[in-house]
Design a protein around this ligand. Structure first.
Ligand code: 13P
Length: 256
């Protein structure tokens, strides 16, 4: 299976800065057969970057999008509007769920809307510190994974990418801790088991599962060698092109 290295820029960079960054990245990465390099800039940068981009090397993701196609929804951007501009969309990121009150229903509809518009969903799941402390991690992951997959047709199941991002390990979370490779291995195994029980073992082995949360050039290799991990969703470290390139190069080394 391919590895995915995805940089989530969150609400950072102007259009000009995004373009300069992409220029630098394009000059340093190659077209890899087995690694998909993806960056997720703000909405306003997507269209100009899509014109600048060499899709053989780098792909674009949106950070969220509305599940409805068109209509009177002031300020929203839909999957239908992003069709042809992005190849991926991050859906249900914990910051969207917590700060913007995105519900499981929004997430579920957005996954279906992405697929309907030829966009691959990157479905984020992960427990908070409190949920972990109360032993609720498995319940949270089961609800988020099954919820996210619930409107996906059988033939589209393997297009969904799951990103396990424990909220307590995200660098901007106050008092963030680092998730150990064993924590990640256990959660990723559990996620695949949920998918296997619901949709069969074959599908569970075809769905890519990424890890995200305080990924850096120093720990990328350790996460990428966790069994069942097919890539990384990188926040803070993806804002510095050299660090992001370092992580891509680590992925290349792990692959070979
Ligand atoms: P950090 O890599 O900054 O912890 O962010 C993770 C994340 O939220 C990526 O989506």
């Amino acid at each position: 299976m391919k590895s995915y290295i995805v940089g989530n820029w969150k609400m950072n960079f102007t259009v000009g800065e995004s373009s300069v960054y992409l220029h630098k990245l394009s000059a340093r990465v190659h077209a890899y057969r087995d690694i998909e390099v993806v960056v997720a800039p703000s909405f306003i940068s997507l269209q100009p970057l899509s014109l600048q981009l060499d899709r053989k090397k780098i792909r674009l993701a949106a950070q969220t999008a509305n599940a409805r196609d068109f209509g009177a929804y002031t300020g929203e951007v839909s999957m239908a509007q992003l069709r042809g501009i992005v190849d991926y969309c991050i859906i249900g990121h914990s910051e969207r769920r917590q700060l913007f009150h995105e519900t499981d229903k929004c997430v579920r509809s957005a996954v279906a809307a992405a697929l309907r518009n030829q966009i691959r969903p990157i479905l984020c799941v992960g427990e908070t510190e409190t949920e972990r402390t109360f032993g609720e991690t498995c319940d949270v992951l089961r609800d988020q994974v099954l919820g996210g997959f619930s409107e996906v047709s059988t033939e589209d199941l393997e297009k969904v990418i799951v990103a396990y991002e424990p909220v307590w390990a995200i660098s901007t979370t106050s008092g963030a801790k680092i998730a150990g490779p064993d924590d990640v291995a256990e959660a990723v195994k559990f996620i695949r088991r949920i998918i296997a029980v619901a949709y069969g073992k074959e599908i569970s082995e075809k769905v890519a599962v990424l890890y995200g949360g305080s990924v850096s050039p120093a720990n990328a290799g350790a996460y990428l060698t966790v069994p069942g991990v097919n890539g990384l969703l990188v926040g803070g470290a993806s804002l510095i092109a050299d660090k992001f390139i370092d992580i891509i190069e680590t992925a290349k080394r792990v692959k070979s």
